[in-house]
Design a protein around this ligand. Structure first.
Ligand code: G
Ligand code: G
Ligand code: MN
Ligand code: NA
Length: 250
């Protein structure tokens, strides 16, 4: 496949860029940080979505290098944000299973001088292995570095609830598919409410993703979610723009 060949050369040719989408405190509206989202400016095809090229990178083993580039770039760029702000990086299940992940991240943190407490890793349910003990070992190694772990796209997997019982997450990101249908759709509203309560009882923060309207924002805040992320606050924007947003006097 030609995309695969192009992908192999894309890092060296500096065709990737990280965009950032802000996350705000649901109650105060203050910035808490941002999620890094990769973009590929293909010389011929134009912008190619990560939904298209991440799977190819995973199949071909290129995700290792690409994932390291994302982590290093995110830590480097977020270093110039105000000190209380965090950066969240999406992790592929392939990266999660790589036995060297914790070492790689420790090295990147040391190299970039980025404070571990300001880095969050977003993992999906697809990262959690059948082998519970092995998964726990990886999660503990990562948390021992002082970084935080978020469960991304929560509620879309086969056994979401049992994952919360078995694994120590710092944050639950409520999937956009539920958030988008609130407050009108009763079932989605009930699910968002239940996840917010669950997070509070388990001592995990909750973030609502895909918030696009004021009605969604008020509903979600009223239900006790901790954070809001979505087009209502901002679309994902380039590094220079997020830095300007974060350092702008309010
Ligand atoms: O930003 P956008 O909505 O186009 O992202 C599409 C998908 O690609 C989402 O599932 C998102 O989590 C994923 N994604 C974006 N950036 C990264 C990245 O740096 N690494 C990985 N593994 N996935 C990413
Ligand atoms: O899988 P993950 O949650 O990491 O994917 C995030 C994706 O959601 C990104 O592609 C981002 O561009 C997209 N996104 C972020 N906020 C919104 C929103 O408010 N509405 C919609 N439709 N998509 C969003
Ligand atoms: Mn994510
Ligand atoms: Na998500």
């Amino acid at each position: 496949r030609s995309l695969e060949l192009d992908l192999r050369r894309a890092i060296a040719r500096q065709e990737f860029e990280l965009y950032y989408q802000p996350q705000v405190d649901a109650r105060t509206g203050a910035f808490d940080g941002a999620e890094a989202l990769i973009r590929w400016h293909h010389p011929v095809r134009g912008m190619v979505s990560p939904a298209e090229f991440i799977p190819i990178a995973e199949e071909t083993g290129l995700i290792g290098n690409l994932g390291e580039w994302v982590l290093r770039t995110a830590c480097t760029q977020a270093l110039s944000w105000p000190e209380h702000l965090t950066v969240a990086v999406n992790l592929s299940p392939v990266q999660f299973r790589d036995g060297r992940l914790a070492t790689t991240i420790r090295n990147i943190l040391a190299e970039t001088n980025f404070p571990p407490a300001r880095l969050e890793l977003e993992i999906t349910e697809g990262s959690l292995l059948q082998n519970e003990q092995r998964t726990l070992v990886i999660l503990r190694e990562l948390r021992a570095l002082g970084i935080r772990i978020s469960m991304d796209d929560f509620g879309t997997g086969y056994s979401s609830l049992s994952y919360l019982r078995r694994f120590p997450f710092d944050k639950i990101k409520i999937d956009q598919s539920f958030v988008r249908r609130t407050p009108d759709d009763k079932e989605s509203a009930a699910i968002v409410r239940a996840i917010a309560m669950l997070g509070a009882s388990l001592g995990m923060k909750t973030t609502a993703e895909g918030v696009e309207t004021d009605a969604q924002s008020s509903f979600i805040t009223g239900e006790g979610c901790d954070q809001i992320q979505g087009y209502l606050i901002s679309r994902p924007v380039p590094a220079r723009q997020i830095e300007a947003l974060f350092t702008r006097p309010e």
